[in-house]
Design a protein around this ligand. Structure first.
Ligand code: SAH
Ligand code: SF4
Ligand code: F3S
Length: 439
């Protein structure tokens, strides 16, 4: 048996891509290993979104070189977003790499690996950036509880800081029948929580021959596969998040009451320069509507701090936004200049010290907001799906509420895969501590 070592960086879309690639390779006689030293094939599924993510991969090259000295038949592949971005440059700088394969070419990996093995020559496959979803009809799953389903790929926005449109291509929605086929498979296998994936899920349907939008897709999934108890989605774009989506979230039993709605900044001036296509006021209006229609719904977001030209006033607008909205949680990233993006032409003029100072202040404000939102749940009973054991204590189990809050409880027996009502007793950082109700 040939052994595959596959490591994934980046977003959930990469997680799903890796799962699909793994399925294709298992079909060709590979088995997986978690020990890199015993691998015959090493694949790194990579992310380009910030420099830090890329450096982690570049930092592994020396190790690959050593492993190839020990095992000359070893094949090393860089796949995903960094492959699309750097293309053939990898071979020039890093001769230890045998395969460079972009997100649109993933289904070719088994054949490419075979060619490399026979011909001992590197292969570059990045020419299918804007073709149809490369893992259509690949139903392999590594888990059995939580499933990921890519409903669209690429992005038609051009936020000035963002590399994703260049690594994933233009926006393409998958046809809804294929998505339903995948959902039926997950339903039959007993999956309990399915997350729909796309860069902008709520513009789903654009460009398809059938007439369907994202709320329509949610309705169709509810109707066709009602046996899946929980359905989630990421990521929504504020421009296309409106009443029809919120009412679908309110009315469809399987759709969980959680929205991840990245805002990036609380300053209109910065939003304009980021080309986000929404204002601070629009965002506030939309979430007011969301909270009215889905009163228990949770709201999470992303921010970028230290965008070129961000003034103290812009920064304070963001701080005020965090304090005012009280997101349940937020990812806050320091701006990282990306090759080929329009923002690269702007001077990266916020010093690293200042970026870091602003970052710390926003993190502290968000921590206080998360704590307040979580403390408001103390005394309440929430439905929790238990997903794993606590690493520190065998008899403690970790799960998620519908709103995606992490809950830990003690139980006398294994409750993984089960739903229970849990009473929330206290809060520790972003985790809720509870007990199973009625015990
Ligand atoms: N499609 C999603 C997010 C894609 S990237 C959306 O539009 O919301 C995930 C997050 O990474 C973004 O929301 C943004 O906050 C962050 N990000 C993207 N490019 C970045 C950059 N150049 N520097 C720092 N953070 C960045
Ligand atoms: Fe990037 Fe903007 Fe597209 Fe999101 S919407 S993937 S941030 S370009
Ligand atoms: Fe990273 Fe590509 Fe996802 S750049 S965030 S892996 S789409």
């Amino acid at each position: 048996m040939k052994k595959l070592y596959l490591q994934t960086f980046g977003c959930q879309m990469n997680e799903r891509d890796s799962e699909g690639v793994q399925g294709l390779l298992l079909d060709r006689g590979f088995e997986t290993t978690s020990t890199i030293e015993e691998a015959d094939l090493i694949l790194y599924n990579t992310c380009s979104v910030r420099d830090h993510a890329e450096q982690k991969v570049f930092g592994r090259m020396g190790h690959f070189r050593k492993l190839k000295q020990i095992n000359p038949n070893l094949i090393v592949g860089i796949v995903g977003c960094m492959a699309q971005e750097h293309g053939g440059n990898f071979f020039k700088k890093n001769p230890e790499i045998d395969l460079v394969c972009g997100p649109g070419n993933l289904n070719q990996i088994p054949d490419l690996v075979e060619e490399i093995r026979l011909q001992r020559a590197p292969r570059l496959a990045i020419d299918r950036l804007n073709e149809e979803y490369s893992l259509e009809n690949v139903h392999h799953r590594s888990g059995e509880l939580k499933g990921l389903v890519t409903i669209m790929t690429g992005c038609d926005h051009r936020c000035t800081y963002c590399i994703v449109p260049y690594t994933r291509g233009d926006e393409r929605s998958r046809n809804s029948e294929n998505i339903i086929k995948e959902m039926r498979d997950l339903e039959a296998k007993g999956f309990k929580d399915v997350m729909l994936l796309g860069q902008n899920v709520n513009s789903y349907g654009k460009g398809l021959e059938e007439s369907i939008d994202f709320a329509g897709l949610l309705e169709k999934i509810q109707k066709e596969t009602p046996g899946i108890p929980r359905l989630r989605f990421i990521t929504s774009h504020p421009k296309d998040a409106h009443t029809r989506l919120f009412t679908a979230m309110r009315d469809l039993p399987m759709v969980c009451e959680h929205m991840h709605l990245p805002v990036q900044s609380g300053s209109n001036r910065t939003l304009r320069r980021m080309k986000r296509e929404h204002t601070r006021e629009w965002y506030l209006e939309q979430i007011e509507e969301y909270r009215k229609l889905v009163p228990d719904g949770t709201l999470t977001t992303d921010f970028i701090v230290g965008f070129p030209g961000e003034t103290e006033k812009d920064f304070l607008d963001t701080l005020e936004f965090i304090e005012r909205i009280e997101f349940d949680s937020a990812f806050i990233f320091q701006y990282s200049p990306r090759p080929g993006t329009p923002a690269l032409k702007l001077e990266d003029d916020v010093t690293p010290q200042e970026k870091s100072r602003r970052h710390q202040i926003l993190l502290a404000a968000q921590k206080a907001a998360s704590l307040k939102r979580n403390q408001a749940l103390i005394g309440r009973t929430e439905e929790v799906l238990f997903e794993s054991r606590s690493k520190r204590d065998e008899m403690r189990f970790v799960g998620r509420t519908r709103g995606y809050k992490r809950v830990v409880v003690s139980a006398e027996r294994d409750i993984i895969g089960e739903f229970h009502q849990a009473k929330i007793l206290s809060v520790a950082d972003e985790t809720l501590l509870g007990e199973i109700a009625g015990q």
